[in-house]
Design a protein around this ligand. Structure first.
Ligand SMILES: *[C@@H]1O[C@H](CO)[C@@H](O)[C@H](O)[C@H]1NC(C)=O
Ligand SMILES: *[C@@H]1O[C@H](CO)[C@@H](O)[C@H](O)[C@H]1NC(C)=O
Length: 348
């Protein structure tokens, strides 16, 4: 009791003596009234300004697409902050968020509160569009409809978005994102780091490899694994080639006979593996979340790093909160906008 009173008194001393007295008191009052709202859970990021070399207007615009969901909001915030902090042209980055929630206002409001100057565009992704096509994978989170939103980017984004870079919500960018987004696609629809040493056969089941109607799919190409959490897409070519439908067709096959284990990744591999533009591995240090079952710690791969990706079961904010972080999670922590002090106030 006496501890709580002292804590509250301390909070008010800070509020009254600080230069942001009015804001602090208002925010404090809102926390006391509605502690569950996302808006008050995050601090405001610094504002970032374009350097002199940045092209003005639509020419210089960099389009980033991500999904937005309550469970990953903290990751999304950190990803956005990391992108803005490391690019020379932060005001040129447009963020396109796809959300499946009926009420996305809380999530969008939280982003706007933390990034008041962000070029932020919201799109509703209708989960029913994909729900009937999803089959169960090894990890339940991978079966969420929003996980498939990347298949529908070309149908969702406005026509003036000709190229988009899709990013998962568990990434941190530590380099200028424009180096990735301006990659020469050389006529390809998708660019991403690819991994040709990975044993490609393991992503598909025997039902796939032994079916003569299916197992010739990769004939004539050298298929390599790539991770769909970081992809540059030529949206025009995607639309013209009807790639949404091509990916959906493989999801329909999976629904009938189990030809792969994971969620949204294998249908991408079936359509694109061997046909993508390879990007330097530094743009997707994936697997930092550990394996899909236990989420054990994994270290960094050797070589330079521009993007860190906590793919796999473990997420850095959960492990940090549980006080059982992996060492790579300390690389994520500096981008965390979560307001750790709020529980003290909520206790009162
Ligand atoms: C890849 O994995 C399959 C099945 O697990 C195995 O039969 C095959 O020998 C492996 N190939 C290589 C090149 O390691
Ligand atoms: C495809 O399946 C047939 C029948 O099981 C098999 O004979 C053939 O070797 C398979 N082809 C490939 C490329 O795996």
């Amino acid at each position: 009791m006496s501890f709580s009173c002292a804590a509250v008194a301390a909070v008010f001393v800070v509020i009254l003596s600080g230069s942001h007295a009015v804001t602090g008191a208002r925010v404090g009052g809102m926390i006391l009234r509605q502690s569950s709202s996302s808006v008050q859970m995050f601090t405001e990021a610094p504002s970032f300004r374009n350097g002199a070399e940045c092209a003005a207007g639509a020419d210089g615009r960099v389009d980033i697409a991500m999904t937005l969901d309550a469970n990953y909001l903290r990751g999304t915030m950190a990803a956005v902050l990391s992108i803005l902090q490391h690019t020379a042209c932060p005001e040129s980055v447009a963020f396109h968020f796809l959300t499946a929630e009926d009420d996305d206002h809380g999530l969008a409001a939280a982003l706007r509160a933390s990034f008041p100057f962000l070029d932020l565009r919201m799109y509703r992704f209708d989960p029913s569009r994909v729900r009937g096509r999803i089959s169960r994978s090894v990890r339940q989170e991978l079966d969420q409809p929003l996980n498939y939103a990347r298949v529908y980017l070309a149908d969702t984004l406005p026509a003036d978005v000709r190229r988009v870079t899709y990013l998962d919500s568990d990434v941190i960018v530590v380099d200028d994102i424009r180096t990735l987004t301006s990659v020469d696609l050389a006529g390809h629809v998708v660019a991403a780091p690819e991994y040709c040493h990975a044993n490609f056969s393991n992503y598909f089941t025997d039902a796939f490899w032994t079916n003569p109607a299916l197992n010739g799919t990769f004939r004539g190409r050298r298929p390599c694994y790539f991770n769909t959490g970081v992809m540059v897409m030529d949206v025009d070519k995607w639309r013209a080639g009807g790639y949404t439908h091509r990916v959906e067709e493989w999801m329909a096959v999976q629904k009938q006979r189990r030809i792969y284990h994971l969620g949204s990744l294998p249908p991408f591999l079936l359509v694109f593996a061997g046909h993508i533009r390879a990007v330097d591995h530094r743009w997707n240090q994936h697997g930092l979340g550990g394996d899909n079952v236990e989420g054990r710690c994994r270290g960094l791969h050797p070589g330079p790093i521009s993007l860190l990706h906590w793919s796999g079961k473990g997420k850095p904010w959960l492990r940090l909160d549980a006080r059982r972080p992996c060492s790579v999670d300390y690389l994520w922590a500096p981008y965390d906008l979560y307001r750790h002090s709020s529980p003290v106030i909520e206790e009162w």
